[in-house]
Design a protein around this ligand. Structure first.
Ligand SMILES: [Zn+2]
Length: 360
């Protein structure tokens, strides 16, 4: 396992060796002033790439995911230059952002919580709790850094890597009806349950062991069905951003012996690669512009689905992950006449759907 300094050295080495496909930066500081390092991996050209993120080690004592992300960074960069087809597809078509450790203080202290003893996966704004300035005051710097980063990056799909079980967990974790935040066995699906199940199954079915679970059918579970929690990161992503996140539990043992790490990498490598590439095989994406070909900040809505997402004002693109089937999709923007299009989405491919809106 790499400690904080070794992890930093590793990331510097990668950034120096592969400057054309990586960007290393800090998204903020921990309580003990450690940087929360992030690395973007992708070919730097003008082509639109949906943004995918992977975050590890939110709980300081859950360390397998953190190390898997180290291996993944190394693997993708090396394989890209060896012209491996899968690595090339990912780097040319996805902008991947990785934070190997969201809680470096917890890691160094060997504890779940951050240095203020907050569980970071109970510290995000939660729509069922309500958002108050009082709550935001106690939002921890690590959580605040993630929130600010997500506002800038317009992620559309992500995973949060944990340990302590072996399962792909998907929203919601929180429920309207479990006021104390803890309850068991309450299935609480989101409006995009089908897509979340597909994301979770993409991970579990490509993992060497996860889908064979005797505890979780197919190796996946609705968060609230397992146990409810409030203030979790995956629900926040779904309710407050354009992103869809799942939570991966990668090992029963939170800190397995380091001689097991190669086995864990073999278990997870294919899952990680298939998961990252999923937005290239699912849903609909495109640009929303006005008649002058200017990018619009537009809302995208799918008929009979209550979720609204927006375009990224930086490039005018939206990405809406959807299962295959027929959909009515509406784009609307302030001062423009909304446009609705009827479209068939085929399986195992993504569909381009552009909108040009006329002034009211
Ligand atoms: Zn955890």
């Amino acid at each position: 396992y790499l400690n904080y300094n070794e992890l930093h050295q590793f990331l510097l080495k990668i950034a120096n060796r592969y400057p054309n496909i990586t960007k290393l930066y800090s998204i903020g500081k921990s309580i003990h002033n450690r940087d929360l390092w992030a690395i973007d991996i992708g070919v730097k050209d003008q082509k639109f790439k949906p943004s995918v993120k992977l975050v590890g080690n939110m709980h300081g004592d859950e360390v397998v995911g953190r190390q898997m992300l180290v291996y993944l960074i190394d693997y993708l960069c090396l394989k890209y230059y060896q012209k491996n087809v899968e690595a090339m597809e990912i780097l040319e078509n996805i902008e991947l952002s990785i934070v190997p450790s969201m809680n470096p203080d917890g890691y160094e202290l060997g504890q779940r919580e951050n240095a203020n003893n907050f569980d970071l996966n109970r510290n995000f704004p939660d729509k069922f709790v309500g958002f108050s300035s009082e709550l935001y005051k106690v939002v921890q710097p690590e959580v605040r850094a993630i929130i600010e980063w997500c506002k800038k990056k317009n992620f559309i799909m992500s995973a949060n890597l944990h340990g302590g079980s072996l399962v792909a967990n998907y929203p919601y974790d929180s429920t309207r009806d479990s006021p104390n935040g803890y309850g068991f066995g309450i299935q609480f699906p989101s409006p995009d349950d089908v897509v979340f199940r597909k994301m979770a199954l993409t991970y579990s079915l490509n993992h060497r062991e996860m889908s064979k679970s005797s505890e979780f059918l197919g190796g996946i579970v609705n968060g609230a069905k397992w146990y409810t929690l409030r203030g979790g990161m995956q629900d926040w992503n779904y309710d407050f951003t354009n992103n869809m996140e799942i939570t991966l539990e990668l090992s029963y043992d939170k800190i397995p012996d380091s001689n097991q790490l190669n086995k864990y990498w073999d278990d997870n490598r294919k899952s990680l690669l298939k998961f990252i590439g999923l937005p290239l095989r699912l849903g609909v994406y495109g640009r929303v512009t006005n008649e002058k070909n200017e990018n619009l900040l537009a809302e995208i809505k799918v008929a009979r689905n209550e979720r609204t997402i927006t375009t990224d004002p930086a490039n005018g693109y939206y990405t809406r992950l959807l299962d295959d089937g027929f959909y009515n999709i509406t784009a609307s923007a302030n001062g423009y006449i909304p446009v609705t299009k009827f479209i068939l989405l085929n399986a195992n491919t993504r569909t381009n759907l552009e909108f040009i809106l006329k002034k009211e």
